[in-house]
Design a protein around this ligand. Structure first.
Ligand code: IVH
Length: 706
């Protein structure tokens, strides 16, 4: 059927056709993105999009809220639009015992400078295993919702969240003008079981159709646990599917807000209820550490009878002013912790031990086992950590082993059930050569890890480095997953990170891969192009230098500000005793072992060549001097010494960093301020000698006050 020329369309024709186009394009997007099973060619798809645009251009008043033109580009390409959280969504540190919980309390007391006798009040909340989400309300109206994603930005899933009955669309006044509410979307156990039964029936029916030679639609996903079921449901590309899933929502935290709604977490939960959110009715205010310990036992005892799965209890310090002072370390708050229940255990048979080669050449033994159900999850693999661990546990192929799974942690082998050892089981001989490249695998000094000496010539190391480089927390190149990296590496198209940014010169070669159409290639190249400028800290982390995780990468980026300065300093730091080495060692959080790792990385010509090659393709963004530009300490180097009275030194150092200062441990010519508390020793003397500005605690408090 030839389409009616745009000029000849009546308004009614146009409205009908736009509705049909919105539906059809959404369906083709789904076929393409969700399952890689497009039904039409890229050219036909482009024609539909073009037709939709042309009609909208003539009848702008008819543009639909679900119009495909509103979702073009990245949004459509990736299925969901990205949504940046007003404040990052963090994770929680775990504790597993009263001792560890007590250590957590001690750390709080130490940081805040409280006495043993000062009571800490907490709120305990069952920790439901679901999917955490962030909901933005403006003037009391639900504006948008997103998944946690990498913590800084997630996927916008507003339409899907709107299908959850317990999500308030409007808040009951009074409420802050703008507030982000965080909570957990989850599926109750009974709902999960019936949902899974439905999916299994659908999978069987699909199998029968396949046997009958019919053309099949999307595969049916059978979720392994309620968490996966909830996550999969919220991440459906079609909200109508989400609407059929039995999802619930419980709210428990907030992100950015225009005003503080409460002074304690307990009162905040009250505010959440008044606004219209469901809050876990088991949440309880606890007036001491002992009360928390009792609560842990009580919830643990009632756990099996709860309608939903929990894996522990979250304890949050009640006073919000204290929460603010404590702040965060890495990705977790200092003021809250997840106290996990003991791990689930099971027994199974060890079939094999595989050796995996990591990006730094570490040989890691991995157990392959007869599949076994451990606390609701089917487990086939477990880590054996390293050579010594294999020796210590004396695990042998054919052994029956005891497994443990703690929360989301990778399953571990606890030990061997010796009574069931087969008579012919031989001790495992750890390989002395890399299974990937055959190079010698050696152990250095005290290192428990045996490493391949092949360096970048080892294909396993090279691909692992590339995988790390493109991974979400590193360069975050969408579309370059594990499999694609292997394909491109095997084909010789990428050997080093810089090659990724030259892939655009290889369009023809890419098009020869099975299933790589124009659209897929275009999207991949676009995603790569988009990463040509990234934050310096991501860039540093992406290099995959040993011991340089996200946190250390951030410290380095903040300290050196740009790639050139960092590169020059790392090379200069090669000389022990040099100013550059001293400076590196003085960065708060960078210890000698880390400094050594950095210097070694830069001393290796192949690494430097790969870095420079990469820097020719990618320009990491310089770190702005500070995000607190008007503070007196922005961009300044500070040292704290002696005992402070009004806050602990830890707290003062964190505060100084928040104000944009660099905190170092030793005084040098580069130090701008030394804050001197009581009983200050040699550092104060050195500051006086070098003519560095000295501040008393009172002056510091005055200048640092908001
Ligand atoms: S508070 C800074 N409260 O646990 C506070 N989290 O490991 C961060 N979770 O991503 C979160 N129940 O998915 C908080 N009552 C609760 C929770 C809870 C479950 C999950 C949440 C979060 C993860 C952190």
């Amino acid at each position: 059927m030839t389409p009616i020329p745009i000029d000849a369309l009546t308004e009614l024709d146009a409205a009908i056709e736009l509705a049909a186009l919105a539906r059809d394009i959404a369906r083709h997007d789904r076929l393409y993105h969700a399952k890689d099973q497009p039904e039409i060619t890229d050219a036909d798809y482009d024609a539909l999009v073009a037709r939709n645009r042309a009609i909208e251009a003539r009848f702008p008043q008819l543009i639909r809220s679900d119009s495909p033109s509103r979702r073009v580009g990245a949004a459509v390409a990736e299925g969901f639009a990205k949504s940046r959280h007003g404040e990052p969504m963090l994770s929680l540190d775990n504790v597993f015992s009263p001792e560890e919980f007590s250590d957590f309390c001690k750390r709080i007391r130490r940081f805040l400078g409280l006495a043993e006798s000062d009571a800490l009040h907490f709120v305990g909340e069952p920790k439901i295993d679901g999917l955490s989400i962030n909901l933005l309300y403006e003037n009391g109206v639900f504006i948008k919702g997103a998944t946690r994603g990498d913590g800084a930005e997630g996927e916008e899933v507003t339409a899907n969240l709107l299908t959850i009955p317990s999500l308030p669309r409007h808040l009951t006044p009074p409420f802050p003008a703008s507030i982000e509410i965080r909570g957990e979307v989850f599926m109750e156990k009974a709902d999960f079981l019936s949902f899974r039964a439905t999916q299994e029936a659908a999978a069987d029916a699909r199998e029968a159709r396949r046997a009958a030679g019919e053309k099949l639609g999307d595969a049916v996903v059978i979720p392994a646990n309620p968490r996966n079921a909830a996550a999969g449901s919220v991440r459906q590309l079609d909200a109508r599917i989400t609407a059929t899933r039995p999802l619930k929502l419980l709210a428990y935290a907030m992100g950015a807000a225009s005003e503080a709604p409460a002074e304690t977490h307990h009162d905040f939960l009250g505010a959440l209820r008044r606004w219209g959110f469901a809050v876990n009715p088991l949440s309880r205010r606890l007036e001491s550490e002992d009360a928390a310990e009792h609560f842990q036992a009580e919830i643990g005892a009632g756990r099996a009878a709860l309608p939903y799965d929990i894996d522990g209890v979250v304890y949050k310090l009640d006073r919000i002013d204290w929460q603010r002072r404590l702040g965060f370390v890495g990705r977790a708050p200092r003021w809250a912790v997840a106290w996990k229940f003991p791990a689930e255990q099971a027994v199974t048979k060890l079939l094999d031990i595989e050796i995996q080669v990591g990006r730094t050449g570490a040989l890691t033994p991995r157990a392959v086992m007869e599949p076994v159900n451990v606390g609701g999850v089917v487990v086939r693999h477990a880590t054996l950590h390293n050579e010594d661990e294999v020796t210590r546990k004396d695990v042998r192929i054919g052994d029956t082993v005891m497994l443990q799974r703690a929360g989301d942690v990778i399953p571990q082998i606890l030990g061997v059930v010796l009574e069931r050892r087969p008579a012919d089981a031989k001790p495992y001989a750890f390989p002395l050569n890399c299974p990937a490249c055959g190079s010698h695998a050696i152990r250095d000094g005290e290192d428990v890890v045996r490493r391949c000496t092949g360096g970048l010539t080892c294909p396993a190391q090279a691909t692992e480095r590339l995988r790390h480089f493109v991974s979400r927390r590193a360069m975050d190149i969408e579309g370059l997953g594990e499999e694609n990296i292997q394909t491109l590496f095997d084909a010789g198209l990428i050997k080093s990170p810089a090659d990724i940014f030259r892939l655009h010169q290889q369009r023809d070669a890419l098009a020869r891969f099975e299933g790589w159409g124009e659209r897929k290639i275009g999207k991949l190249l676009e995603a790569i192009e988009a990463r040509c400028s990234v934050a310096l800290e991501r860039f540093i982390f992406a290099l995959g230098i040993r011991r340089i995780g996200e946190q250390n990468a951030k410290l380095l980026a903040r300290h050196y500000h740009n790639l050139e300065a960092w590169r020059a300093a790392m090379i200069a730091a090669h000389i022990i005793g040099s100013e550059a080495r001293e400076e590196l060692g003085s960065i708060q959080g960078i210890g000698p072992a880390i400094a050594e790792e950095l210097v070694e990385f830069f001393a290796e010509p192949r690494n430097l060549a790969a870095l420079d090659d990469l820097a020719g393709e990618v320009s990491p963004l310089a770190v702005e001097e500070t995000n607190a530009a008007d503070s007196a300490f922005a961009g300044k180097t500070m040292v704290f010494t002696g005992t402070l009275e009004k806050m602990t030194r830890d707290e003062a150092e964190v505060l100084a960093e928040r104000l944009g200062a660099k905190v170092t441990k030793s005084v040098s010519k580069k130090t701008d301020f030394v804050v001197v508390g009581a009983d200050a020793g040699s550092k104060a003397a050195k500051a006086a000698e070098l003519g560095v500005k000295i501040l008393t605690e009172a002056e510091w408090l005055d200048l640092s006050a908001p």
